[in-house]
Design a protein around this ligand. Structure first.
Ligand code: HEM
Length: 521
């Protein structure tokens, strides 16, 4: 080290003293250590990458665009992109590897046998992957959708009762009322075309049930904006870097909308907490008897095994998560089932007949809780629509342990697994003639030989959709009342192009024509 120390001191024109010699030597040693560490890290990374590539070789890989881009840009969020996904599924059957640039492999899974082992893994072994979910974090924080580990487990246990049938039952009157509101909107009643891409009532309904709040138009506008901005960000690679994104116009809009959402939720929680502490939990519950308890109440009252409540920050994250997960998904489901029934008037008539028979002789046109299990054909039509047009087309995981597939192949730990709900639902090996809308696929007899993982619009396993019963009840009420009152037809002049964004939409909306049922008779 000494000649090197002398050389440095000479270059710096410093006189040689014991202290300076020691200082320069230590610095030199530190730099050497850092260099050595970086080199071993780099070597380790290259070795791990090499080993991973070797392990992934057992899975088929479609031709890459080139070595640098891999399959980037081949996955398009357009109608053509969905057609490619269906073709890929038909060609590769169960699984294939894609490359996100030269370094990041992504395993695309589209068969019950490959999605099952990943979805059934515990939440600790199959956490959400940050590449796909990270952009939602500043908005949704550590809510159920994004959190992991012990926190997720504790919250999931605490929130499951919020979706119990006893809690959902009183919501039936809101589902009915919101559908009534939707029907008296001019678009419905004057028999013109309706633009039913966004069923705002679904969103208003969700906000009402989650926060019992009616003065929420800024909040709703902000969450619609956030959903759009997240999709725009996913498509602009340059905006994947936080510091660049937050300097951009969209980044600033995202921050502003996040602030609006967080301020609103915090205010609702504070107001409600004050009311709870004024009365005490028991008196508060008593005062609510005969009225609907919303999710904020449920969240405020929820206790874990040790009797601890959720913090305000936790409640806010969960409320924002429910709003995000609960509004667009259900609106998309409802839009597509109306579209599918407009394309198949025979099935539409069959549903209408079923609902007319169910409500015959009643004084009010209201769907009751017990009715939900009495409309089997309508339910089959909804399910077939969720198969053909799943609102959430894909979800992803990054497993922390190797996952063994039934054929013995291993998904090596650390790789991103893109579970394609769309692919599984469109896989000809799972659903023959997958593009055909055929509700009879969901007849109990036909399902006997089908894997339970062939139909996963709400995902499956420990991290499945906590709100699926809520969503199915809402869909059934909205669809039943709509078909009872209106005939829905396709507007042939408007081509429909699917648009897989955060949820499955249609590029220029879904244009349907509605006509009151009475004028038909
Ligand atoms: C048709 C309507 C709906 C569909 C298709 C749907 C679909 C899904 C899917 C596929 C997941 C899994 C996401 C993932 O693993 O990354 C999920 C999770 C979730 N959904 Fe839904 N959802 C719907 C409605 C709702 C509603 C109405 C709510 C609440 C009011 C809700 C709340 C949630 C929550 C909190 C999660 C995260 C659960 C967890 O990780 O523990 N969803 N949903």
């Amino acid at each position: 080290m000494l000649p090197f120390t002398d050389w440095i001191l000479e270059k710096l024109a410093l006189e040689k003293t014991l202290f300076r010699t020691m200082a320069v030597s230590s610095l030199g040693l530190l730099l050497l250590a850092l260099l050595f560490r970086s080199l071993t890290d780099a070597f380790g990374m290259c070795h791990r990458f090499y080993v991973n590539c070797q392990r992934l070789r057992c899975f088929p890989e479609p031709p890459r665009r080139n070595w640098l881009l891999g399959h980037l840009n081949l996955a398009r969020s357009t109608e053509e992109g969905l057609q490619d996904a269906a073709q890929l599924t038909a060609q590769y059957g169960r699984i294939c590897v894609w490359w996100f640039g030269p370094w990041v492999p992504i395993l695309r899974l589209f068969h019950p046998e490959t999605i099952g082992p990943v979805l059934r893994e515990s939440a600790a072994v199959a956490p959400k992957d940050k590449l796909f979910y990270g952009f939602l974090k500043p908005w949704l924080g550590d809510g159920l959708l994004l959190s992991g580990g012990k926190k997720w487990g504790r919250h999931r246990r605490m929130l499951t009762p919020a979706f119990h049938f006893d809690i959902l039952k009183p919501y039936m009157k809101f589902f009915n009322q919101s559908t009534d509101i939707m029907h008296v909107k001019p678009d419905f009643s004057d028999s013109k075309d309706i633009f039913c891409r966004d069923f705002l009532p679904c969103l208003l309904l969700t906000s009402r049930l989650i926060m019992c709040s009616r003065k929420s138009s800024d909040y709703i506008a902000a969450i619609l904006e956030l959903s759009n901005l997240v999709v725009l960000r996913q498509h602009a690679l340059i905006h994947h870097f936080d510091w660049l994104y937050y300097l951009s116009t969209n980044g600033r809009r995202f921050r502003r909308a996040c602030d609006t959402v967080h301020r609103f939720t915090a205010n609702v929680i504070q107001e409600r907490r004050r009311a709870h502490s004024r009365l005490g939990d028991d008196a508060w519950l008593k005062s609510k008897q005969g009225k609907t308890v919303d999710f904020i109440d449920v969240l405020l009252l929820a206790k874990d095994e040790e009797g601890r409540h959720l913090s305000d920050a936790d409640i806010a994250a969960e409320a924002d998560t429910f709003m995000f997960e609960g509004h667009d998904t259900t609106a998309s489901g409802l839009s597509w089932v109306l579209y599918n029934l407009a394309r198949h008037p025979n099935y539409q008539d069959q549903c209408r007949e079923e609902i007319q028979n169910l409500l015959r002789g009643r004084e009010t046109e209201e769907i009751e809780w017990e009715d939900l299990s009495q409309m089997p054909f309508t339910t089959m039509c909804i399910k077939e629509s969720l198969r053909l047009h799943p609102p959430v087309t894909a979800i992803s995981r990054r497993c922390t342990e190797d996952v063994k597939l039934p054929d013995g192949k291993i998904i090596p730990k650390g790789n991103i697994c893109l579970v394609s709900i769309f692919g599984t639902h469109h896989n000809p090996a799972v659903w023959p003639e997958p593009e055909v809308y055929n509700p009879h696929r969901f007849e109990p007899k036909a399902l006997q030989n089908q894997s339970p993982l062939a139909f996963v619009p709400f995902s499956a396993g420990p991290r499945n959709c906590i709100g699926q019963n809520f969503a199915m009840s809402e869909l059934k009420v909205a669809l039943a009342l709509t078909l009872l009152r209106f005939v829905v037809r396709l507007d042939e002049s408007q081509a429909v192009r699917r648009l897989p964004a955060l949820i499955l939409r249609a590029e220029n909306g879904l244009w349907l024509q509605v006509e009151p049922v009475r004028t038909q008779q």
